[in-house]
Write a new protein. Structure first.
Length: 223
């Protein structure tokens, strides 16, 4: 009954615009909350970790919302929801950038050499860095002009968001020393989102494996 009612409710361009304004407003609200808690001791006895966890979870939550749009659009036949993905994706990278900046500034005192060594020594930082690089590339290639220039390669690049989706909660899970319930819930949610795309992921992995497996074979045959 709910599905039929939602299908009858069409998302017009005006409603999409309103939803984008709401996304901007909510994001600005959380930025304001971050600044307020930072200036007023709202992050408790360890404000550095509080800031890092706040920005990290904001990035993960926004990424989950971004990947949730496609299943919702398909289930309720609301193709207009897809038009919100780019905005949410950019905000996801925005929070990732704040997360990395907080770690670099507050934990490492802008020591880039130390950042490199920490990423090498600590696996959870390494997978977090991989996830951040993926989201950076997706943000840089999100404008429509770039999409047109990349053509089919754009979709291949943006399929790597699924890797970021699974690496991000693993990064969160490995980064905490206790109370793993919350990161476990995030990991479960992200796994479910990937499961909803099992057919698409299977085709993607098959094509990717075929591309890499055929290249060496062709070289051998030429010799």
């Amino acid at each position: 009954m709910l599905t039929r009612h939602v299908q009858q409710y069409r998302l017009t361009p005006t409603r999409i615009l309103i939803m984008k304004v709401v996304i901007h407003a909510i994001s600005l609200l959380f930025v304001t909350l971050l600044v307020y808690n930072t200036l007023n001791g709202g992050f408790g006895a360890d404000p550095v970790k509080g800031i890092e966890h706040f920005t990290g979870k904001a990035a993960l939550n926004t990424l989950i919302l971004t990947l949730l749009l496609s299943p919702l659009a398909k289930k309720y036949k609301q193709g207009g929801l897809i038009r919100l993905r780019r905005l949410l994706g950019v905000y996801s990278f925005f929070w990732v950038a704040l997360h990395l900046s907080a770690y670099l500034a507050l934990d490492l005192n802008f020591d880039w050499a130390l950042l490199g060594s920490e990423i090498i020594k600590r696996p959870y930082l390494a997978i977090g860095a991989v996830s951040g690089i993926i989201l950076l590339l997706l943000a840089l290639t999100s404008p429509q002009a770039v999409q047109r220039r990349l053509g089919k390669s754009w979709q291949k690049l943006h399929n790597w968001v699924y890797l970021a989706l699974i690496l991000s909660p693993i990064h969160y899970y490995w980064s905490v020393k206790s109370d793993i319930i919350e990161p476990s819930i995030y990991l479960l949610i992200c796994t479910c989102l990937l499961y909803c795309r099992k057919q698409k992921l299977s085709k993607w992995f098959t094509k990717t494996n075929n591309q890499y497996s055929t290249k060496p074979a062709s070289k051998v045959s030429n010799n």
